[in-house]
Design a protein around this ligand. Structure first.
Ligand code: ADP
Ligand code: MG
Length: 158
């Protein structure tokens, strides 16, 4: 796995890095047939939703980004992208994702951002990239890991 690590002094730096990744995604000209999938790891309060907010807003969402803690998923139709932002913290069994009709979420031009993806193991699509956020006092350390060719192409541009 190819990795890149970033030190983020505050929330503004976290948002800026998320925007950078979103810009790289939107500039990569291909229109992927398979969902582009990011797994976000980190403790409660690490910054997974904050990162997702920066990412989703840069791709054209102007409003608030709600944490999907209770709904499990919040979806955004952002021409040409459909983003599905999952938070599976409260998921009891990965099978619940099947009942929610997860297959219908996996269309062309789809981006999956998944917090607590380990709770959806075996049902969520495999990640192109992992994003691991760790506390460093009031700062954060963020490590991207590329797991597919597409993931590596994105990571190269970061
Ligand atoms: P998670 O989704 O991982 O549970 P959130 O993104 O909801 O976490 O919350 C992260 C919290 O940490 C926010 O209140 C944010 O303001 C704060 N924070 C402090 N420093 C940072 C930083 N460097 N990066 C991201 N968030 C930070
Ligand atoms: Mg969250």
């Amino acid at each position: 796995m190819i990795e890149k690590n970033f030190f983020l002094a505050d929330e503004a730096e976290m948002l800026a890095l998320a925007r950078r990744l979103a810009n790289v995604v939107s500039e990569s000209a291909t229109t992927p047939e398979q969902a582009l999938t990011f797994y976000l790891f980190g403790e409660l309060g690490a910054g997974k939703t904050t990162f997702s907010r920066g990412f989703i807003q840069v791709l054209g969402h102007q409003g608030n980004v709600k944490s999907p803690t209770y709904t499990l998923v919040e979806s955004y139709e952002l021409d040409p992208w459909q983003i599905h932002h999952f938070d599976l913290y409260r998921l009891a069994d990965p099978e619940e994702l099947e009942f929610m009709g997860i297959r219908d979420y996996l269309d062309t031009n789809t981006i999956i951002l998944a917090e607590w993806p380990q709770r959806g193991a075996g049902v969520l699509p495999e990640p192109d990239m992992t994003i691991v956020i760790e506390y460093a006092d009031t700062s954060r350390s963020l490590t991207f890991g590329a797991l597919t060719t597409r993931g590596r192409e994105l990571l190269d541009k970061l």
